[in-house]
Design a protein around this ligand. Structure first.
Ligand code: NAP
Length: 502
């Protein structure tokens, strides 16, 4: 058989070997693309599940849905898989599909410049490579946010962020403080409150908490699933259907779904916390789902333990001995835990990334972090940002999102291979149109429901997808080539950074 010489064979650099990077490597190989370089800054695969090892770490999306669609896992031990189980799953899949052997570990991508139709990369080891495509599978929540609290450095005890847990520090019997009450903090509090001497929870804003009991899978449960991908897929789809029609619908405009979720959430608080004073302090003043809904069946029990105190007076400063609240009380602590979240708008940064004409990503995003369909940034040909801005994050499986996006990326690469596109670069006009379309849908969502959350950018715009999951998946089924430049980069009118922000 004659080879089709007109089909180009691209070289691709995948940045990051977390859930998305592993997936991209598998998908690229399935598409017959073998010239893949995978760069990983750490010494093993796993991304967020490698980084987050805090006590109680688990995934609050049901485990059978939080798996690759092509590789169910009959061995899940819990409905809400624990962090180490998930890490083991990714390590296993990565090894089984031959991805791990291909990863260049302990090698971060420092510089990434587009010149003369190629991406020129320099790694932290000083290695250079030149590739056709770059896929940034660098995740969303991996730059810890440290609170801007006066005196933080003065604390003499042990202090660490949840994403940098110091396992050398024993909490047994200690006086521990934790700042934050988000999804991470509630998991930590539920776990460490069982063993610490005393725990002070510094809450700035209460959270709505939805309870779904965990379940331990029996040997019989697992045996039923072993070797039966069809059954596992069915189970995953059942969970996905349920989540789409409850949580996703509730936050994206369905009044009925929102009323139901709100009622269940409020009832959970009412039934779980009997003391009216404590209940009042745990009751948010914003709509359910405005901040990402915390899923926990253990937090309310933990916060009511005798050894746990909820502190709602604002923090004034951190002293050498503990945390001083605005009422002048010094809460003496041995250990201070910062469960204060992440910088979600950094994405692949601090990478030194420049696109066409040497424009840097910091310049491009100086006024607004935006992309076309979350993945394509005008001015950055043949560059894809996985799970970029307005990916429909929320109480849903981020793996499902990556799978939809990886199919879209592969279709675009295929158009490039076939010569339909000389380079894959969304137009500025398409990006603006797309983001106007997103903005038009935000008004009916709960994210603009009067709360502050990591979903919102500096302008208060939610970096979320405001429509249904089905609509998102359908719109990404086939790329619309009219939204991409048809000419070669040399012919495209240069973009000045200021124009991009308009
Ligand atoms: P987060 O939701 O951003 O919560 C940060 C917490 O720290 C909030 O309670 C915040 O209070 C508080 N905080 C921040 N700065 C503060 C300051 N200066 N003073 C006092 N309090 C301060 O972060 P997260 O809990 O790490 O969760 C982030 C996201 O990670 C989640 O929304 C979720 O998407 C993901 N996650 C998922 C799972 C899962 O099971 N799937 C588990 C953990 C995390 P305010 O509310 O007042 O800002």
């Amino acid at each position: 058989m004659m080879a089709n010489n007109s089909v180009k064979n691209p070289s691709v650099a995948v940045i990051g070997a977390g859930m998305t990077g592993i997936l991209m490597a598998i998908r690229l190989r399935e598409a017959g693309i073998d010239a893949i370089t995978i760069l990983e800054k750490a010494d093993k695969v796993g991304g967020t599940w490698r980084e987050n090892t805090y006590p109680g770490v688990a995934c609050d999306v049901p485990a059978h849905m939080y798996t690759y669609s092509f590789k169910g896992n009959p061995e899940w031990q819990h409905r809400f898989a624990h962090g180490d189980e998930i890490q083991a799953y990714f390590e296993k899949v990565s090894a089984e599909y031959g991805v791990t052997d291909q990863v260049r570990f302990n090698e971060a991508l420092d510089q990434c410049h587009y010149q003369d139709g190629k991406w020129h990369l320099t790694t932290s080891k000083g290695n250079r490579l030149v590739v056709d495509f770059v896929v940034a599978a660098t995740g969303i929540l991996h730059h810890p946010a440290y609170p801007d609290i006066q005196g933080l450095d003065a604390f003499q005890g042990d202090m660490f962020h949840t994403a940098r847990w110091n396992h050398d520090v024993s909490l047994q019997g200690k006086r521990v403080g934790i700042i934050g009450t988000g999804s991470t903090a509630t998991q930590v509090i539920s776990e460490i409150s069982k063993t610490v001497g005393h725990l002070t929870v510094f809450q700035r804003t209460p959270q709505w908490i939805f309870s779904v009991p965990d379940k331990q899978y029996t040997e019989a449960d697992k045996a039923r699933l072993r070797g039966n991908q069809r059954l596992m897929s069915k189970l995953a789809e059942r969970y996905a259907f349920m989540l789409r029609n409850t949580f996703t619908a509730a936050v994206t405009g369905s009044k009925v779904a929102h009323a139901l979720i709100s009622w269940l959430t409020r009832r959970n608080l009412r039934k779980s916390v009997r003391d009216p004073g404590l209940r009042a302090r745990l009751t948010p003043d914003y709509k359910v789902g405005c901040k990402r809904l915390v899923i926990s069946s253990t937090f309310y029990e933990a916060i009511q333990r005798d050894t746990v105190a909820l502190e709602t007076t604002a923090i004034e400063r951190v002293s050498a001995r503990g945390v001083v609240t605005r009422d002048g009380v010094e809460h003496e602590l041995d250990v201070l835990i910062l469960a204060t979240g992440f910088h979600p708008f950094n994405f692949m940064r601090p990478m030194d990334l420049t696109g066409r004409n040497g424009v840097s990503i910091d310049e491009t995003w100086a006024h607004k972090v935006q992309a076309y369909r979350s993945m394509c940034i005008p001015g950055y040909p043949n560059f894809f940002l996985m799970l970029g801005p307005n990916t429909p994050i929320g109480n849903y499986s981020v793996i499902a999102m990556s799978e939809v996006q990886s199919n879209y990326v592969l279709k675009l690469i295929e158009h490039w291979r076939q010569g339909d596109l000389e380079t894959v670069e969304a137009t500025e006009e398409a990006k603006v149109r797309y983001n106007n379309y997103l903005k038009a849908g935000m008004g009916k969502t709960v994210w603009v429901g009067g709360c502050q959350s990591w979903y919102l950018d500096a302008d208060g715009d939610p970096a979320m997808w405001p429509y249904s999951w089905e609509q998102w998946a359908k719109e990404l089924e086939e790329p619309d080539l009219d939204d991409f430049h048809r000419r070669s980069p040399a012919e495209i009118v240069p973009l000045k950074p200021a124009e991009k922000a308009a």
